[in-house]
Design a protein around this ligand. Structure first.
Ligand SMILES: Nc1ncnc2c1ncn2[C@@H]1O[C@H](COP(=O)(O)OP(=O)(O)O)[C@@H](O)[C@H]1O
Ligand SMILES: [Mg+2]
Length: 363
């Protein structure tokens, strides 16, 4: 039977525009013979709005100016409902029951477990990791501590909470130069700086604290940036490795989303076979350690000395036309529409597994 999928996009994070681009790609590719599609856009104020497909974006072809259209109809949510989970506020119109949500909201509130928790309360299966895996991977400090605990290498780092201070001399003596300073819970390189001296250190901390109350200072790793796509629940599979070759100083926001030409993606990454197999194995280990399900993209540095260091794990990676995650699967033999289908299937499978658990104490 045809399933009803709600694609949820936009959101209040700094990655709102990226999300719109991802959503557009999925909406264009999803198989209409298998799925009914409902579009739900979340605006920058946090309103949930239902859109018609013919008019949900403005400036759709311009990544710098893409935005939600003004035609969205405000939704109200109905936790606990056995029937429709959403109604349109103004007309009272019920949205036909949604079987599964495909969230395409990057960054905070979409990727950090908040949306996943809300959907759990609405009893709607959701593509991607659940509350815990999402929350863990959103926080680079927690992610790295769990990985380290499992014996997986991460860049040495220090953590600052707002109000803490560590002077440049001691942190650079401990971690070396350059340093990378980044908000604990951002994405798309927002608020990330490379630090080479005392002046840039102060500016980097100020910028990172504009975006988060917790900031990481990391040892700069000299290595290639290699990424793997992981897909699955209990028995996940891993794609070939890809490599990001940034022409800039590092893989910054505009490189990722605005300027197609700046970063080159090499798929498969030009690595010796045994090394890429090792990277893929570590990706699977990390996926399990961090409680991921559905999908995640695991990002590495691979050094000249063949050290394999995890940089971060993204639980809802970009799905734009230049995004690594779908491209990695394409190169591994899974087309974009097939990938969408698999992801939705995995979300439904996991919801079934949850329902199979006892929720009452049997005496
Ligand atoms: N410790 C590090 N050593 C070297 N480069 C780094 C380090 N941390 C971040 N970078 C560079 O900055 C980019 C963005 O940092 P990242 O931690 O991946 O943040 P985001 O979650 O915003 O993608 C990376 O892709 C890489 O180019
Ligand atoms: Mg990154």
């Amino acid at each position: 039977m045809k399933k009803s999928v709600a694609i949820v996009f936009g959101g209040q994070s700094s990655e709102h525009e990226v999300s719109l681009q991802s959503a557009r790609n999925v909406i264009n590719a999803i198989d209409r013979n298998t799925y009914y599609v409902t579009l739900i856009g979340i605006d920058k104020q946090g309103h949930w709005l239902r859109f018609d497909e013919r008019d949900y974006l403005q400036n759709a072809n311009d990544p710098a100016h893409i935005r939600l259209s003004d035609s969205g109809r405000l939704l109200s949510l109905l936790p606990g409902s056995q029937g429709p989970q959403f109604v349109e506020v103004e007309t009272g119109l019920e949205v036909p029951r949604i079987d599964v949500v495909f969230p395409l909201i990057h960054g905070s509130t979409g990727e950090d477990g908040a949306l996943q928790g809300l959907l759990r309360l609405l009893d709607i299966p959701c593509v991607g990791p659940d509350v815990l895996g999402s929350a863990v991977c959103m926080d680079k400090d927690v992610t790295k501590r769990l990985l380290r605990d499992a014996g997986i290498a991460v860049a040495p780092f220090a953590v600052l909470h707002r109000g803490d201070s560590v002077d440049f001399l001691s942190v650079s003596a401990q971690l070396g130069l350059p340093l990378f300073v980044k908000p604990a819970s951002q994405g798309s390189s927002v608020g990330v700086s490379k630090v080479t001296d005392e002046a840039s250190y102060a500016a980097a901390l100020k910028l990172a604290f504009d975006y988060d109350h917790k900031v990481l200072i990391e040892q700069g790793i000299v290595g290639r940036e290699v990424e793997c796509a992981v897909l699955g629940n209990a028995a996940p599979t891993v794609s070939v490795c890809g490599e990001v070759v940034a022409n800039d100083d590092f893989y910054a926001y505009d490189t990722k989303y605005l300027n197609d030409g700046q970063a080159r993606i090499a798929i498969p990454a030009d690595l010796p076979l045994d090394l890429s197999d090792e990277v893929r194995e570590v990706a699977l280990q990390a996926y399990r350690v961090l409680g991921c399900a559905g999908l995640s993209r695991v990002d590495f540095f691979v050094t000249e000395a063949r050290e394999i260091i995890i940089n971060e794990v993204n639980t809802l990676p970009g799905f734009t036309s230049i995004s690594m995650y779908p491209k990695l699967w394409q190169a591994s033999g899974l087309s974009y529409p097939e990938l969408i289908d698999r992801l939705i299937g995995l979300a439904l499978e996991r919801a079934e597994d949850m329902r199979a658990l006892k929720t009452e104490v049997v005496l």
